[in-house]
Design a protein around this ligand. Structure first.
Ligand code: CUA
Length: 420
């Protein structure tokens, strides 16, 4: 079957150009500096991997030009020029040319060696923190849950008063946002509690899988303070694409300040203070209604995400202590404490993310939504609509038959937003 239109020369060129433009668009070549672009490395591991990618590209490009050129030359030079050519007997066939064969084998081996040596060097470098820097490495543990990441700091012991006031010591834990020291190697233990996930921070390092019953590891280093996007890169269920996280790299002093703030138990806003008495009651505007699958973050993450993170560390000025106290009680009454930990407030659940300082994070819902009032409402109002199949919705809300009135939601949000 023939399509007369496609056999004209301009039409064929147009088709080829469209295919090229389409595949470039699909492969994302036009957005090399996006938040999850591995073409914009910000650390030694990612840089090593990108260099290797470029080297492989150049070697294969040379081979492509060489082979493609020979093919094109033969096609043009020996094409059938007339009807007689088409029906002519094939010319006499030759087999074997030692010089051509040996040089092709030698060239293939050479190009493989050119790729293999830096590859082995790259595998060696990216596998673990270099020996010379091991003493300076900072250690964290990342654990995959469907569909969020938990981060433990095994060497930072946080003291928390229990119900009797006795101090209990346990490693510091956060969720969805990993804060690290910049300019220092960070050794990350990779674990999972359920299925296989893959831990990927495109600007800092290539992905490594989190495999059940297997201790994998990854190391990263951020050249300088910055805010980086991470993503689960292994299909792990219906909300796999919504399993995200952030990495915030801070200079030594700022990192220490952050650690000290995180070590403290949950912030409490006393009800019976003089200033609280004269404070007006919190007024909540109507919440936005989000379209299905609508993106959960604003452009403040594009303009200056690290400054947005810093602003997030400061408590709100217009807090309503009465509403916060009500929210704290509701957090217990609505069984939220069964799954979440809020150190110092009696919540010690470990199924869901640690929330002691939830308000100091820039994102919620596993790095998916920006941490602001509208998105927080969107999340606690109907988590199943944001992240289908998630445990908070299926086991928590549906399993425990949790119903929240609009007043309950306001109080819970006031409480969560006070947890800086
Ligand atoms: Cu976790 Cu995909």
């Amino acid at each position: 079957m023939r399509f007369p239109f496609f056999s004209t020369r301009p039409a064929r060129w147009a088709l080829a150009a469209t295919a090229l433009a389409g595949s470039s668009l699909l492969s994302g070549c036009f957005w090399l500096d996006g938040p999850q672009s591995s073409f914009d490395p910000n650390g030694p591991v990612a840089r090593e991997q990108l260099d290797l990618f470029y080297l492989t590209c150049w070697v294969t490009l040379v081979i492509f030009i060489f082979v493609g050129g020979a093919l094109a030359y033969a096609m043009v030079k020996f094409r059938a020029r007339s009807d007689a050519d088409l029906h002519a007997e094939p010319p006499e066939q030759h087999h074997g040319n030692p010089l051509v064969e040996v040089s092709l084998i030698a060239l293939s081996v050479f190009s493989l060696v050119v790729i293999a040596v830096p590859t082995l060097k790259g595998i060696w470098l990216t596998y673990d923190v270099p020996e010379a820097e091991k003493a300076n490495a900072y250690e964290v543990t990342a654990t995959g849950y469907r569909w969020w990441f938990k981060f433990d700091y095994p060497n930072e012991m946080a003291q928390t008063p229990d119900a009797t006031g006795k101090l209990v010591s346990a490693p510091l834990t956060t969720g969805s946002e990993l804060v690290i020291p910049a300019g220092r190697p960070v050794h990350i233990n990779l674990r999972t509690v359920d299925v296989i996930h893959s831990f990927w921070i495109p600007k800092l390092a290539g992905k490594v899988d989190m495999v059940p019953n297997r201790a994998n590891l990854l190391w990263i280093e951020a050249d300088k303070p910055g805010y980086f996007w991470g993503q689960c890169a292994e299909f792990c269920g219906e909300s796999h694409a919504l399993m995200r996280f952030r990495v915030i790299a801070l200079g030594p002093r700022e990192f220490n300040d952050w650690l000290n703030a995180q070590m403290a138990p949950a912030r409490s806003v006393p009800v019976a203070t003089a200033s609280a008495a004269v404070r007006p009651k919190a007024q909540f505007a109507d919440y936005r209604t989000f379209r299905k699958n609508e993106g959960g973050y604003s452009d403040r993450f594009d303009v200056s995400p690290l400054d947005a993170w810093r602003a997030q560390q400061v408590p709100d000025k217009d807090e309503d202590p009465v509403l916060i106290a009500k929210g704290r009680e509701l957090f217990k009454a609505k069984t939220c404490i069964q799954c979440h930990t809020i150190r110092g407030d009696g919540a010690i659940g470990v199924t869901g993310p640690e929330l002691t300082h939830i308000a100091s994070r820039t994102t919620i819902a596993g790095g998916l939504l920006e941490n602001n009032r509208d998105q927080l409402h969107r999340w606690i109002h109907a988590p199943g609509e944001v992240k289908p199949g998630n445990t908070m919705w299926v086991t928590g809300y549906l399993g425990n038959n949790i119903k929240l009135t609009p007043e309950d939601e306001d109080a819970l949000m006031a409480y969560l937003e006070s947890l800086k």
